[in-house]
Design a protein around this ligand. Structure first.
Ligand SMILES: *Cc1c(COP(=O)(O)O)cnc(C)c1O
Length: 359
């Protein structure tokens, strides 16, 4: 077996220990005589898996009792519709556009009501987070929407926007569980798990209870109502059962690692190694305004397309894979999620130094 350093933005690296445990339990989960993939989602043994996963997530994020945790399907992208369908009582919402994912959510919301763009960083290819301290948010907006960590561009909000009393909805797909958050500041926090938590196919929605109502937009399908899933404790229909099981294992791994405060420290150390190198390099440079840099996704360029391509190719041959930047940005991007060991970042930087010397 030989494993590479996988810098993919998602689906992304998972803790090796978790994969090993899953392998050990593949044929016979805790003497049930079957794989988790083969068991009824209504069975006692599966009930314990999903309940434990939720309890561990609540503990990790310190989720208040008046929030529900939902394990859903459809990826983060399905939430782009589900959020307006469930929350747009006044048919109006404010969107802050900091990248492709925020823009997609904004465009989707326009199908259901008036989505108002209240700030954007598109003028400089989303390389910064706009000042959100005093935005012109419509009085009757049902919520303010952000994408908190911009996977493609490598920016992250360091302070949440001043929503002026409106509900905050945040897509945290690529920074989920990377550091502690104050859940009580949000109406909804959600994310696809394939970036920082588990296998693709699960999206976790943490939603304040008072936002779960029957009062959805006319025509909202049963499966797209938060209430359907909240009432059934994420077991209205067959959930992505195996994916949830892996998420649960990652939650246990995070607890063992010391929880989110420890992850934050670890992630800051890892990111610093890479950013310090970029800041000192004559060949490579980061593309993001320093104060808005993400701890998870680090885009960088040489300024020369051919040299970028050469770097990506040689890095891959050396065991550092998926470093090519998003097709809309070019250059490189190293995603250094929770499960990327510090050693992986150190070795990448050593490789970059060597590449710089030789080219
Ligand atoms: C990857 C990503 C998405 C899209 O996720 P899907 O599960 O593929 O729909 C949305 N938002 C952010 C921030 C992402 O990184």
């Amino acid at each position: 077996m030989s494993r590479v350093y996988n810098f993919s933005a998602g689906p992304a690296v998972l803790p090796e220990e978790v994969l090993q445990q899953a392998a050990d339990e593949m044929l016979d989960y805790q003497r049930s005589g079957m794989s988790v993939m083969e068991m009824s989602h209504r069975s006692k043994v599966y009930d314990s898996i999903i309940k434990t996963a939720e309890a561990d997530l609540r503990e990790l994020m310190n989720i208040p009792d008046n929030y529900k945790v939902l394990f859903l399907q459809g990826g983060a992208s399905q939430q782009f519709a589900m959020i307006p369908m469930n929350l747009m009582k006044n048919k109006k919402a404010a969107y802050i556009i900091t990248g492709q994912w925020a823009k997609k959510a904004f465009q989707e919301a326009q199908i259901y009501g008036e989505a108002v763009k209240v700030a954007s960083s598109e003028d400089e290819t989303f390389s910064y987070i706009p000042d959100c301290s005093d935005l012109d948010i419509p009085e009757d907006a049902d919520y303010v929407y952000i994408c908190e960590n911009n996977t493609i561009y490598g920016t992250k909000y360091k302070t949440l926007p001043n929503t002026k009393g409106h509900i905050l909805v945040a897509d945290v797909s690529s920074c989920f569980l990377s550091e502690p958050v104050d859940v009580s500041k949000y109406g909804i926090i959600y994310g696809g798990v394939q970036k920082n938590i588990g296998p693709a196919g699960v999206v976790i929605v943490i939603i304040r209870e008072d936002l779960i109502t029957e009062d959805t937009l006319p025509g909202t399908p049963t499966m797209l109502k938060y209430k359907t899933h909240a009432d059934a404790e994420s077991l209205y229909n067959t959930p992505p059962a195996y994916g949830i099981y892996i998420c649960g294992k990652v939650f246990q791994w995070l607890k063992k690692m010391g929880g989110l405060e420890a992850m934050k420290q670890r992630n800051e150390e890892k990111a610093k190694i890479l950013y310090d190198f970029l800041d000192g390099s004559k060949m490579f440079r980061g593309t993001v305004r320093k104060e808005d840099r993400s701890l998870m996704n680090v885009p960088f360029i040489t300024g020369d397309k051919d040299l970028d391509a050469k770097f990506v190719k040689e890095a891959e041959a050396a065991g550092f894979v998926n470093l090519k930047g998003h097709r809309t940005v070019g250059g490189m991007r190293a995603s250094i999620y929770n499960a990327m060991p510090k050693e992986g970042v150190e070795k990448l930087v050593a490789f970059m130094k060597k590449f710089e010397e030789e080219n």
